[in-house]
Design a protein around this ligand. Sequence first.
Ligand code: DX5
Ligand code: ZN
Length: 222
Amino acid sequence: MTQSYFIAPSILSADFSRLGEEIARIENAGADWVHVDIMDGHFVPNMSMGRKALEACKQVTRLPLDVHLMVEAPENFIEWYAESGASHLTVHIEATPNIHRVLQRIRELGCEVGIALNPGTPACALDAVLQMVDLVLVMTVNPGFGAQTFIPETLPKIREIRQKLDRDNPQALIQVDGGISSKTIDQVIEAGAQVFVAGNAIFNHPAGPAAGMSALKAHFPV
Ligand code: DX5
Ligand code: ZN
């Protein structure tokens, strides 16, 4: 049977001094993708990791590397991240006036094409490019930091985007990112999300990342 739900642990919450081991732990525990958050200190008020860190991840895992670019002018960086091992390359619609060209270029580079929206961006902003993407990342917190509180006002937007996708691009997945935990995952599943990014709920679970991931997966509909 085709798997319809995916967990993408965000290594932003991993122990960076043992990144290889942390990735091995989540891979052995059944993670589907590794979510890699790239921040530039401009698009978001934080900096995280860059190209070299992605290359290091590529060396230690066979899992798809799901790269979330929280950078201004992503057109200047997508080649880098494609060359450095991204399987999925997601850019923010708010980060460039040339979103159509950027999505086209990601496709040419051979990556899965993702588009992300901040909590303040409405679903209709996607209308002109909805058919170009494999993945819509709905931010369920304001981007920039791990361990923030889930914003429930994003739920109607997830529903609206799932309806639009069902009509125009039914294969595309909805990914949710920010504040996803055992307490919030049921709501985003019900709203229509299929891919769950989680940092804090996995890497800071009191019983370890494998337990954190199982706790989330226990909510998947059977
Ligand atoms: C936030 C990042 C997220 C973050 C999620 O800007 O895009 O991927 O790591 O972290 P949690 O699951 O801790 O909210
Ligand atoms: Zn992210």
